[in-house]
Design a protein around this ligand. Structure first.
Ligand code: FAD
Length: 468
């Protein structure tokens, strides 16, 4: 069998290599460190964790990333096995000893008879005689490779300031205060004139909000992130620093919107939220990209009327990132449509986070191995955490109703990506559940469905038993 080449030995590339080798297919893993470094990595170990040492919640019953852990374990994930083996105490989260973890991943891959590790940068398109390649070079992909990939895509850019606006669960927005309306009732393609959720503010509320933005704790940029802002995606706190009225004339302008409950009262400012996924379960805060620290963000954004009890699927942030416009460019098995011998995995596909990157590596590795072995993998149900994440990357995302250069944004796994579910919102005595108890019942129903559907998918696949 010809080997599959994996470029990048981070979270995704290490997991992909392991899955390929476990399926009985030889793999060559190319990692540029230590020959060439990145601005964030500090060692030459595979699967180095560049920042926190947390894989986040390990609760597979009521947490989407916990469910993803469980699914990955059940599919023989190397990253999860070594994470579990090098766990450090962290409450309900799975945190790991970063050096022990990275050494263990490196050791397992070095010891595998079907894995060859080559150290060196792939500084351009992979050679033509590599018939199957997985590019897993992450948010800090070396510029030579990023440019070569960019030239294949017809896109203008691949490396971005990842200006991320927070995303809120629709069901946590108080619609007694907020209302649906598009500015000037404008009906765009696929729209209804009621596409945005609007949260009104009085003058006093606006002033207090601006004060909170100005004094809130900010994340400082690292030197390597010292790329100029595009004026189109300034962080909201930087806009606030430019003048107290700037936001009211920018993303918080109140024009063209009328509160149906108070048609005669003109709000002083309005925060808009735009639908973020096809299911309509997630809404992003328009223009609210921010580098406020996470703790500060929750407190400040809950000052917005209608968002008092907002639950966030993702908080805002800004860092350099390299990722493809995947819904447009990749096929359902993560192949580049313009050059199908190239597959992509990890953060470069537009997922966010260590676990998600490894999860996409796991599936991409399986897709590539199945292809090489001439076997078909049935499509992964979108009701599983792995399937929901792949669905987000390869097409579950809607093209927004709004203008804007590009709407696809990196995303952590979360329940908003799962298809809706009907469930019994009653306790054992038949009493109707409300509030947090109802939310928990819904999450349990989602994770139960995911487990059943993953088990059925596993039973239907035709891969060598060694893969698990
Ligand atoms: P990486 O783990 O970065 O692996 C990519 C590998 O490819 C690297 O080893 C790199 O050296 C190699 N490479 C790059 N170009 C080439 C080339 N041309 N040839 C050969 N090798 C190459 N996520 C979290 O969950 N928690 C965090 O705290 C967190 N903090 C982050 C902090 C920063 C500064 C950044 C940039 C990202 C952070 N992320 C975090 C997001 C993301 O989950 C991680 O970056 C994750 O490591 C991505 O996995 P990956 O496998 O896609 O990329």
């Amino acid at each position: 069998l010809q080997p599959i080449h994996v470029v990048g030995g981070g979270l995704a590339g290490s997991e992909a290599s392991w899955q390929i080798a476990q399926a009985g297919v030889p793999v060559v893993l190319h990692e540029m460190r230590p020959v060439r470094g990145t601005d964030a990595h500090k060692t030459d170990g595979l699967a180095e964790l560049v920042c926190s040492n947390s894989f986040r919640s390990d609760d597979a019953e009521t947490n989407a990333v916990g469910l993803l852990h469980q699914e990955m374990r059940s599919l023989g994930s190397l990253i999860m096995a070594k994470g579990d083996a090098h766990q450090v105490p962290a409450g309900g989260a799975l945190a790991v000893d970063r050096d022990g973890f990275s050494d263990a991943v490196t050791g397992a891959l070095e010891a595998h008879p079907l894995v060859t590790i080559e150290r060196g940068e792939i500084a351009g398109l992979p050679p033509e005689d590599w018939s199957s390649v997985i590019v897993a070079t992450g948010p800090l992909t070396s510029p030579a490779l990023a440019e070569a990939v960019l030239s294949l895509t017809g896109e203008k850019e691949l490396a971005f300031f990842d200006a991320i606006a927070p995303i809120v669960y629709r069901e946590s927005i108080n619609m007694d205060v907020a209302w649906f309306q598009s500015r000037y009732d404008k009906v765009g393609p696929g729209g209804t004139g009621k596409d945005y959720i609007n949260c009104p503010m009085t003058k006093e509320q606006y002033e207090a909000f601006v004060d909170a933005l100005l004094t809130g704790d900010k994340t400082e940029f690292k030197d390597w992130e010292n790329t100029p802002y595009f004026d189109g995606c300034l962080p909201i706190e930087v806009m606030a620093e430019r003048g107290r009225e700037t936001l009211r004339h920018g993303p918080m302008k109140p024009v063209g919107l009328t509160d149906p409950r108070n048609p005669d009262v003109k709000p002083y400012a309005i925060v808009q939220l735009r639908q973020d996924n096809a299911l309509g379960t997630l809404f992003n805060m328009v223009g609210f990209q921010t580098k406020l620290k996470y703790g500060a963000q929750t407190g400040i954004f809950r000052m917005i009327p209608g968002l008092e009890n907002a639950e966030f699927a993702r908080l805002g942030g800004i860092h350099r990132n390299t990722y493809l416009n995947s819904p447009k460019l990749l096929d359902p098995t993560l192949r580049l449509q313009a050059m199908p011998r190239l597959r992509f995995a990890g953060q470069i596909t537009g997922c966010e986070g260590y676990v998600e990157s490894a999860a996409i590596g796991l599936m991409t590795g399986r897709f590539a191995a199945a292809e090489r072995l001439g076997r078909a993998l049935p499509p992964l149900p979108a009701t599983t955490a792995l399937g929901a994440l792949i669905n987000h990357i390869t097409g579950g995302h809607i093209e927004t109703i709004d203008e804007g250069p590009r709407s696809f944004q990196p995303m952590n796994v979360n329940f908003g990506l799962f298809p809706p579910i009907t469930f019994t919102a009653k306790d054992e005595n038949g009493k109707r559940l409300r509030g947090p108890a109802k939310t928990i019942a819904k999450k349990r129903a989602l994770t139960d469905r995911a487990r059943a559907d993953l088990a059925a998918w596993k039973a239907g696949q035709d891969m060598p038993a060694a893969a698990e």
